[in-house]
Design a protein around this ligand. Structure first.
Ligand SMILES: C[S@@+](CC[C@H](N)C(=O)[O-])C[C@H]1O[C@@H](n2cnc3c(N)ncnc32)[C@H](O)[C@@H]1O
Length: 185
């Protein structure tokens, strides 16, 4: 992880980078906390290592600040989200892949798979959402392909995000928890 990010045009980099909000995560760091400590403890081009990176707040913020970043996490969800943020492909590559996936989707094919799912999942999602999730799970090569990695991370973000916060989030369970931390100064 952390081999670099696709940098946006400088004019669009001011304020909070939108990748920070790709997916909520338990006990996530606010990026302002990371920013303060990376700035206090490291210089540009130095390596920042977060062995328990969660959704990747530390490596991503470190890259934004001109540091190099290494990260690891035992949870594949954390790995997927962090990898997407720190190795993001150009938006047009992701859009092209989304179009390809849309064109390859057939409701009839995935309805058979949907019916084989445990009853819980059949009730948890609308018919087409579960069909699409099963299709994406089978189709995305998220570990090998950066566009697939970004689409997987965005999908995980939609699944984990609180539905009352945004209409593009689906979860009515996920609490948004910010990590407790000592006083910073
Ligand atoms: C509180 S979360 C980190 C959140 C992160 N600071 C952020 O901003 O998103 C702690 C992380 O440690 C990971 N973890 C726990 N035990 C681990 C282990 N033995 N090896 C690697 N990761 C581990 C968990 O999977 C979890 O993602």
């Amino acid at each position: 992880m952390g081999r670099g990010i696709y940098r946006e045009a400088p004019g669009r980099m001011s304020g909070r980078h939108r990748f920070h909000s790709i997916c909520p995560y338990f006990a996530m760091f606010p990026e302002t906390f990371v920013e303060r400590w990376v700035s206090k403890l490291t210089k540009p081009d130095e390596v920042v290592f977060d062995p328990f990176c969660g959704r990747g707040t530390t490596p991503f913020q470190a890259l934004l600040m001109g540091r190099r970043a290494l990260a690891s996490d035992i949870n594949p969800v954390a790995y997927c989200i962090t990898k997407a943020k720190t190795n993001s492909p150009p938006a047009q590559v992701v859009r092209r892949r989304i179009t390809q996936l849309e064109n390859g989707f057939s409701r009839r094919t995935w309805e058979g798979m949907r019916r084989q799912m445990p009853e819980f999942f059949q009730h948890a999602y609308t018919r087409i959402t579960l069909q699409q999730l099963l299709y994406l799970r089978a189709s995305l090569r998220w570990e090998d392909n950066d566009a697939d990695g970004m689409i997987a991370a965005l999908t995980l973000g939609a699944l984990h995000g609180e539905s009352k916060k945004s209409s593009s989030y689906l979860s009515n369970q996920m609490p948004r928890t910010i990590s407790t931390k000592p006083a910073c100064d």
